[in-house]
Design a protein around this ligand. Structure first.
Ligand SMILES: O=C1O[C@H](COP(=O)(O)O)[C@@H](O)[C@H](O)[C@H]1O
Length: 235
């Protein structure tokens, strides 16, 4: 029997500016719909170098941000004072303008180890209004998404579709410092999953991930997402 083709839809844009406008429109519509259906909305966003313009664009969209909780798909095990903190990136670029009224639930905790931080964040994030309404994923040139690095210790556990964990620690030689990641089922269970990537090099990696039998970590999202993954790409 042939394996199912990865579920996705490719949205191509001529520039980062056009992509940011379209993604902010789509995400703000999704957040408004969630607020109107269940009185609140939950969105998980990525860090890294790609999402800054999208964050700044989304921050000015008109919606009831006080009813929105923003969380992270992953985080470095560093405090918000670090330039590598994804929480700091979100605070400086997304939680501004209208979105300054949103609630933020980060993953970092000032514990001795990433394992302890993940365990605390896992407990505390249970209280959020799951499932995610929106998950915005990025992707590294090695095919990682969230902190599902190809060389992560225990990658199978991070990608276990039946995991009952929300947050797990990650140790991967290629990642630099230890990390915290949301698990695959929490991300794949979102009502809307977008993969935001820019540049031809990442498009090539994506094409590899979509090939039959690919083992790149990002592929697991396509295979398990409740909804077809919406790819937002610009050169
Ligand atoms: O380490 C990370 O990398 C990915 C991709 O980042 P980029 O700099 O290539 O855009 C990101 O999605 C993830 O959240 C981040 O922690």
């Amino acid at each position: 029997m042939l394996a199912a083709a990865p579920k996705h839809h490719l949205n191509r844009f001529a520039s980062s500016r056009e992509l940011a406008d379209a993604l902010a429109d789509t995400v703000s519509d999704r957040l408004r719909a969630a607020i109107s259906h269940r009185g609140k909305a939950l969105i998980a966003v990525s860090g890294g170098t790609t999402p800054g313009l999208f964050f700044r664009t989304l921050s000015s969209r008109d919606l009831d941000w006080a009813k929105v909780t923003v969380t992270l798909v992953d985080e470095r095990f560093v405090p918000a004072s670090s330039p590598r903190s994804n929480a700091a990136l979100v605070a400086e670029n997304l939680l501004q303008n209208n979105a300054a009224a949103a609630n933020f639930a980060g993953l970092y905790r000032p514990t001795e180890t990433a394992e302890e931080a993940a365990s605390q964040a896992d407990d505390e994030l249970q209280a959020l209004a799951w499932p995610l309404d929106v998950a915005i994923l990025g992707m590294g040139g090695d095919g990682h998404t969230a902190s599902f690095f190809p060389d992560a210790e225990g990658l199978d556990r991070l990608l276990d579709p039946s995991s009952d964990r929300t947050v797990l620690p990650v140790s991967a030689p290629s990642a630099g410092e230890p990390r915290l990641t949301m698990t695959l089922p929490r991300l794949a269970g979102a009502g809307f999953v977008a993969l935001h990537i820019e540049g031809n090099a990442k498009r090539d990696v994506l094409d590899k991930a979509l090939q039959p039998g690919s083992h790149l970590p990002v592929r697991a999202v396509f295979d398990h997402s409740r909804q077809p993954v919406e790819i937002f790409w610009a050169p």
